[in-house]
Design a protein around this ligand. Sequence first.
Ligand code: GTP
Ligand code: MG
Length: 181
Amino acid sequence: VLSHFGHLKEHLFKFLVIGDYGVGKTALVRRYTEGKFSSNYKITIGADFAIKTLDWDPHTKINLQLWDIAGHERFGYMTRVYYKYAVAAALVFDISRAATFQSMKKWLCDLREKITLPNGSDIPIILLANKCDISVAVTDEQISKFCKENKINAWYATSAKNNTNVDTAMRYLVEKVLNAK
Ligand code: GTP
Ligand code: MG
């Protein structure tokens, strides 16, 4: 049977999902991996992870390991441990709460300080403006400017609730990682 799949390549990628508490990191991961959404807020302690398997193309299977880091961890000492071996990251803020956008810089610095790929380059990072189904407190211009100034590859307005742009955003990151190989 194996010979039948002689050209099958299997990858394991560790992705990080980070940002302030309550922005919807767990909701995005759950939407992406289980196709579900709950409006209850259950705070994440430390970190959680979930796996999603993608049949990328007939020759490539990808096991995505999504690390959902507690928003409160920025003030802890654990991020270095959680970030280890990550190959990409999604920075998440809540588009209805400007303060969570202001925090992006700190999360980004934490990431860039602690992670570099074995070849010395930075990991690909995207910015997710989550909860786009509710009121908007940060403009597209502000977000684009921030991405440009901080060399963030791309940004998406997402909704874990309505399933907006969740797959698209993750697909973009996977492509970035595959192309860098
Ligand atoms: P920590 O675990 O504390 O870091 O927070 P978190 O970023 O994991 O937030 P979580 O996913 O638990 O979501 C917080 C609250 O926002 C929950 O009540 C979610 O239901 C809600 N929420 C998450 N995503 C969305 C969204 O896209 N739209 C709306 N309307 N609510 C959302
Ligand atoms: Mg959480």
